[in-house]
Design a protein around this ligand. Structure first.
Ligand code: ZN
Length: 390
């Protein structure tokens, strides 16, 4: 099938103006001022893009696609990701991870879930391992996992500075990072180390140590939840100013904000104001992760669940509430994660790139169309592709 989206305002994410965009099979073939083709051809679909923006499909680099471990016992294990949530949130590339629970949830299940998401039509990758070291892999080694299992593009989320971590030593941590790096180099993948930052006092000490005492470049690490409290946020901003990359979590609940979490959109804005390079900050949703709620005496009240839809909402907030131009607001959810994850065919609208595209109403910023690998998952405001059991 060949599709032409006509008269659409393209943010690639840079503003390239009103264009016609030609898509064939799963690739963007041509972006030009105007195309004329015989519209009687049955293999040709023409879409009127006037009144719409065209964005790259979003990349969500940290989602508990199998569900996460619940802090309130077995009954609070969070549910698997529903495929249509990705479609609703405009996410066309997802990176799945385990999390706190590396026992009742396995790497094998994670690989299978990623393949399932691909079969439904969205690009999916995964990290090897869970919170704890030694890392649980599919094979017997991190390098082998990255080099031999195609969807595995890095390791994580490895917990540091958190009471739920394995209290890893710096040597254990660096050994994992060097294995991931070499696995990445030999396979042409990112070999990224996705690091879960907890509320502990260590904060980013391990990463600062790696910077000063090893040859591992800071592009190898993406510490996440950097916005989880004010103190950590300030340290993370300094780390990013010194050349590091940091990720802000978009899923939240009002109680977390009251307790000091910096909302992702505000965090990005404050980062820019503090002088952090705009390419050094990313957003992830932490979708399907547990968001435990406690009362004032610390008693467990219940759980909420992270949502992948929060990613797009945070991007919109950057543009609507904080008046950042779309070409900047889109960076932490498109081009920046694509670069760090070495998904060079993703995160931008360009000739030869994957046809992962969003059509968005210019006035309301509602996502009216989602195309993933050249196929419509949502069209004319209607979700047309759901998961098998939805
Ligand atoms: Zn985490």
């Amino acid at each position: 099938m060949i599709r032409i989206i006509k008269n659409v305002h393209v943010f690639a994410p840079e503003d390239v103006g009103i264009k016609d965009v030609l898509v064939a099979t799963n690739k963007v073939i041509k972006i030009a001022d105007k195309f004329e083709m015989d519209s009687d051809e049955e293999f040709l679909e023409t879409i009127d893009g006037s009144g719409l923006y065209l964005f790259p499909g979003l990349i969500d680099g940290h989602v508990h696609i199998l569900g996460g471990g619940g802090e309130g016992g077995y009954k609070t294990r969070t549910p698997e990701l529903a495929f249509s949530d990705l479609v609703k949130g405009g996410v066309t590339t997802v990176v799945g991870c385990l999390g706190t629970d590396g026992v009742a949830r396995s790497m094998e299940s994670l690989v299978a879930k990623a393949y399932g998401i691909r079969e439904e039509g969205i690009s999916a990758y995964i990290y090897s391992g869970s919170y704890r070291l030694p890392l649980k892999t599919v094979t017997d080694s991190i390098q082998k996992d990255i080099m031999m299992i195609e969807p595995i593009i890095g390791v994580g989320e490895i917990a540091i500075s958190d009471h739920r971590s394995s209290a890893p030593t710096i040597d254990e941590f660096l050994k994992v990072a060097s294995d991931a790096r070499v696995g990445g180099i030999l396979s042409g993948k990112a070999g990224l180390v996705n690091v879960h930052l907890g509320d502990g006092k260590q904060m980013l000490e391990f990463l600062e140590y790696a910077k000063l005492n090893t040859e591992i470049p800071l592009t190898q690490f993406l510490p996440t939840h950097a916005n989880r409290n004010r103190e950590l946020f300030e340290v993370a901003i300094q780390y990013a100013k010194d050349g590091g990359y940091i990720d802000f979590t978009t899923s939240t609940v009002p109680q977390f904000i009251e307790e000091g979490e910096v909302p992702a959109s505000e965090a990005f804005l404050l980062g820019l104001k503090a002088g952090v390079d705009k390419s050094h900050m990313t957003f992830t949703s932490d979708g399907q992760g547990s968001l435990p709620l406690f009362n004032e005496s610390g008693e467990f009240l219940g759980l909420d669940v992270g949502r992948v839809t929060s990613l797009y909402e945070s991007m919109c907030k950057l543009h609507v509430t904080y008046a950042l131009p779309l070409e900047i607001a889109l960076l932490p959810v498109t081009k920046n994660p694509a670069k760090l994850l070495k998904l060079h065919h993703k995160g931008r609208v360009f000739e030869g790139g994957d046809a992962d595209l969003l059509l968005v109403d210019k006035v309301t910023l509602q996502i009216s169309g989602v195309m993933a690998m050249g196929n419509w998952l949502k069209k004319d405001n209607v979700i047309i592709k759901k998961g098998t059991f939805e």
